[in-house]
Design a protein around this ligand. Structure first.
Ligand SMILES: CC(C)(COP(=O)(O)OP(=O)(O)OC[C@H]1O[C@@H](n2cnc3c(N)ncnc32)[C@H](O)[C@@H]1OP(=O)(O)O)[C@@H](O)C(=O)NCCC(=O)NCCS
Length: 161
């Protein structure tokens, strides 16, 4: 088994300015744009942890709590919150910052499963993680429940054609 590393090792933060081309007719960012940013940061986070290429196996959950408007600053941050043998559960949260009102809001939360792969796309072992802060401990301790949920979902019939 590989040596455990702190969850903070993979922590990544990306800051962006939301501009009119990113937004819909209601002046708020397209959900698909947010998903693309989540996918990108999940790749960076998982590659930092696994020290190799990774692929997205599943968007396990995405919850949108409030919109981000054009002109606001968007912060996307996350880390590896738990690991399996070759998979990594990546936790990502998105917040908005309005410079005029100074208001900061949590707008989106997501869990993504990433898998470490070799050059042929074959899954590879990853190191376990350990939590240091209270928030990391909460994420880590709740991960078996999410893993069980993912397993149950995968076991459901999913080809309806
Ligand atoms: C993800 C992928 C590498 C898994 O390969 P596989 O041959 O099914 O390998 P395994 O069954 O051994 O699964 C490997 C790990 O992935 C996890 N996994 C596979 N599919 C999953 C899914 N849909 N959701 C969550 N976890 C998944 C397994 O639980 C296992 O985790 P563990 O090793 O930590 O126990 C393969 O399905 C793949 O390449 N998918 C396409 C990825 C891609 O192209 N993504 C880009 C977006 S389209």
């Amino acid at each position: 088994m590989l040596e455990a590393v702190p969850m903070s090792h993979s922590r990544t933060v990306q800051t962006r300015l939301v501009l009119p081309p990113d937004t819909n007719h209601m002046n708020s960012i397209f959900g698909g744009k947010v998903l693309a940013y989540i996918d990108e940061i999940a790749a960076i986070i998982s590659m930092k942890h696994a020290k190799m290429e990774t692929v997205t196996a599943s968007f396990d959950s995405v919850d949108f709590f409030s919109p981000i408007r054009s002109g606001e600053i968007m912060e996307v941050e996350g880390l590896v919150s738990a690991t399996g043998r070759t998979s990594m559960e990546v936790y990502i949260r998105v917040s908005s910052l309005n410079i005029e009102t100074k208001e900061r809001k949590l707008t989106t939360e997501s869990f993504v499963t990433m898998v470490a792969v070799d050059g042929e796309g074959k899954p590879q072992l990853v190191a376990p993680v350990y939590a240091e802060t209270e928030e990391e401990k909460r994420l880590f301790e709740s991960s078996p429940q999410r893993r069980a949920h993912r397993k149950a979902k995968r076991e459901m019939p999913h080809s309806f054609f």
